[in-house]
Design a protein around this ligand. Sequence first.
Ligand code: ZN
Length: 417
Amino acid sequence: MKYSLIIENISEIFTAAADNPLITGGDLLIAVDNDGKISFAGSRSEFAQFDPEGMLLNCKNIVNAENRVVYPGFVDSHTHIVFAETREKEFELKARGATYEEIAASGGGILNSAKKTKETSLDDIIEQSSVRLEQVISYGVTTVEIKSGYALDVEGEIKLLRAIDALKAMYPIEIIPTFLGAHAYPEKFKNDHEGYIDLIISEMLPEIKSQGLAKFVDVFCEDGYFSLKETEKILMAAGSMGFGIKLHADEFNALGGTELAAEMGAASVDHLEEISDEGIKKLAQSGTVAGVLPITSVFSRLPFAPAEKMIENGVTVALATDFNPGSSMCGFLPLAASIGATQLKMTVENSLRGITLNGAKSLRIDRSKGSIEVGKDADLLIMNTKSWIYPVYHFGHNHVAKMFVKGEELDINFRQS
Ligand SMILES: [Zn+2]
């Protein structure tokens, strides 16, 4: 047997690839080899030339797509879904007009989550987070990045990263762990920034490295959080230890975090609601991906990042949910693509690429993930529609009919609350 899976009778394939993003014409098929990699995507007549022996003798599992569209599995490249307890009371305050800073000043925000993380057992955090992760997967997400950052001490941050590691073992999807100890200053170090940065660099990073608990290190570079200098210090240390680097920057103010990310060769710099023209120029010249989080803009009443302008200037733009209990309590990644097309003035193609290939680029795994191309992992979605545009157009609804990870079908009947 040559193939572990063939999906036949596909109406259209959105591949997300730069040179050939869309295959149309009906009667298409995708063949997957025994290692779960894509070996062919195209029309039935092309397949007959590609493999004259035909598929019937050569395939273990033939799935009929019933004239529906196939997408690459979605990649959510920026989330904080591992946390203890939700924060709906703050949401109510926000609805009355309280700002992010006011909520933080009144003991809410990230420090509130940090307190709850300490009081919650590892098993309980895993249980709570697994429910959220199952929701996320059921929306078609086959790769997700998850950040720590809701503990802000050595023990707690390790606990959160262990929870992420436990989820990796529980689900067949790709989970990329990021250490975000520099998410805020804990109460104890409010007036001793150097002390906390020292704790991150000399205790947290070596411990996380030795246990192999994170691929990336991320810093929240913002007024009232980590200054540009502090951010640089942490990221230099992380880079020298072999971690990939990421930044949260330009969310409220443009402090130069975007320029720093480009100079340091960060995998991505995310938020960018307030990015400057100079920042856009620098990003375009670098290999750093812009991580745009439009659901956060909606949830937290922030301006939208200028995604269209960035794309016009040659920046690679990924779209992600930023799923977190404070500023974006939503893991429905396709919504980011729909807001991309409606509010960020992105094309439908670029919006979908933002939640697939460019998400994979932002996690530096685009060699194997993010698009339907020969040799890549067969992470595939059959959507409940004939048209590749429809799932972005009919927004706020889950259109996933079937999903496959490395050619294996995934049961998507998860817990939904
Ligand atoms: Zn974030």
